[in-house]
Design a protein around this ligand. Structure first.
Ligand code: CMC
Length: 422
């Protein structure tokens, strides 16, 4: 049964349909609101706005639930591989053996054009790897056949494979280039994650390291309509090619309130440690409304309960450090900070919990990955999710260009003032 919501505006009553998702979340469909009433809605930060219907990822922020295509994130992290999850996000079902092998081949086949390798080698060694990744991914569009830029002709799996392979090579190549180290190519006998690690460190990862990386990439693979996925969809809604859309996603992820938080968390923990380890001071600063400082890695627009990814990562963090025999004082700072924050009324009242970025950096650090590479690792994990979001949009009949309105608050019409009279 279709429900309706009645609203009265200027004495006229109109009915707006209410639609319901498969997990019973309800939305008021306002698509006819302006035509019927002349009014628009205003929603700073889109906290109350659904931008699309999607079948990819479900999350319930109050209950701390995250599922890809219906499968709980915990089960995927325990049992699956990153490539399997990438296929699942893009095709809706877990692959069988043959499908997975075919997908793996599609991901492994592409090589990076020489022009992109030259571009990477020309970047200053001081460049931020996220700027490098965003530029190199959009630059790839210059090296592919023109059909790949035409979304009606494009072979989506082929482009997904090319983008997944390219971002890992781009990240690893720049990582080694800036250290002046020999570049390591891909090895067809290694898995995606093994290749990524080998290209970075010239070393095949142990089973434990490999598992930790698989889990991190799986946890990052999608998160419904977050800032970067929305950026990908907004760009894609203009029928822009996927190279440009994914590059836009990388740029959005770079920000400190989004994926860039993993770098910011580590810098914050290091700063606390360097200044005597008193994490209560950081807590006080975060609560001070006169101070712009925020506790990085805490809070989430949607999760008002534990971020389920943070729970898995915190456990993985202990295991990885233990297995690698690494003892990191920053883990103690992080745990102490988390404990006091979770007991503090400011954080309790606002339902601010650790998010995925709070502990992920400690694992990356234990694996020898430098702080400014953390967000690129996140981007490598998120790429198949961005692509699935782009694909869903591209295949949706009735897709419209994203074009929000505004409430204009500026000057009313006035006459031009000649220069000498200003
Ligand atoms: N430290 C201190 N206060 C905070 C924090 C924080 N980390 N996060 C939110 N608050 C306060 C905020 O000041 C506000 O207080 P008040 O109601 O008194 O004005 C209240 O909590 C609600 O915050 P908000 O900014 O309206 O919430 P939001 O949903 O717009 O922002 C957020 C979500 C993630 C941007 C924010 O919590 C934040 O800045 N966190 C730190 C950055 C971070 O860790 N980002 C990673 C997010 S998860 C991974 C990802 O998205 O990629």
């Amino acid at each position: 049964m279709v429900d309706h919501m009645k609203i009265k505006l200027n004495g006229t009553e109109i009915e707006l349909p209410v639609i319901e998702g498969t997990e019973n979340e309800k939305a008021i469909d306002i698509s006819k609101l302006r035509a019927e009433t002349g009014h628009i809605t205003l929603d700073n930060g889109f906290g109350n706005t659904g931008s699309c219907k999607s079948k990819i990822t479900f999350l319930d922020g109050e209950k701390g639930i995250l599922r890809y295509r219906g499968y709980p994130i915990e089960q995927l992290a325990d049992n699956s591989s990153f490539l399997e999850v990438s296929y699942l996000l893009n095709h809706g079902e877990l692959p069988n053996k043959v499908e997975l092998e075919k997908f793996e081949k599609t991901v492994k086949e592409p090589t990076l054009p020489v022009g992109i390798c030259d571009l990477l080698d020309d970047f200053p060694k001081t460049a931020h790897p996220m700027g490098v990744a965003a530029s190199a991914i959009v630059a790839l569009s210059a090296f592919v056949p023109r059909e790949n830029l035409d979304i009606t002709k494009i072979d989506k799996d082929e482009v997904l494979g090319q983008l997944m392979e390219s971002i890992s090579i781009i990240a690893a190549r720049f990582f080694r280039h800036r250290q002046g180290k020999k570049i390591i190519g891909t090895d067809p006998n290694l898995s995606y994650v093994e290749n990524l690690y080998n290209m970075m460190f010239d070393e095949i990862p142990s089973e434990k390291v490999k598992k930790a990386l698989e889990v991190l990439l799986i946890l990052h693979a999608d998160h419904e309509q977050n800032c970067s996925a929305s950026a990908v969809r907004v760009i894609g809604s203009a029928q822009t090619n996927p190279y440009a859309c994914i590059s836009g996603g990388i740029s959005a992820l770079w920000g400190a309130l989004h994926g860039g938080a993993n770098q910011a968390v580590m810098e914050m923990l290091q700063d606390i440690q360097d200044n005597g380890g008193d994490y209560r001071k950081a807590l006080d600063r975060a609560k001070d409304k006169e101070d712009p400082f925020r506790l990085m890695g805490f809070g989430h627009r949607v999760y008002k309960n534990f971020d389920p990814r943070a729970k898995i990562i915190k456990k993985a963090c202990d295991t990885v450090l233990d297995q690698l025999g690494v003892s990191d004082p920053l883990l103690d700072v992080a745990k102490g900070l988390e404990k006091v924050a979770l007991e503090d009324p400011y954080f309790v009242d606002r339902k601010l919990y650790p998010n995925v970025d709070f502990y992920s950096g400690i694992i990356y650090r234990a694996l020898g990955i430098p702080t400014d590479m953390f967000t690129v690792m996140f981007a490598i994990g998120r790429l198949p999710g961005w692509f699935a979001q782009w694909r869903e949009l591209a295949e949706f009949k009735g897709s419209k260009i994203a074009r929000p309105r505004q409430v204009y608050m500026g000057e009313n019409e006035r006459d031009y003032i000649p220069m000498e009279k200003r």
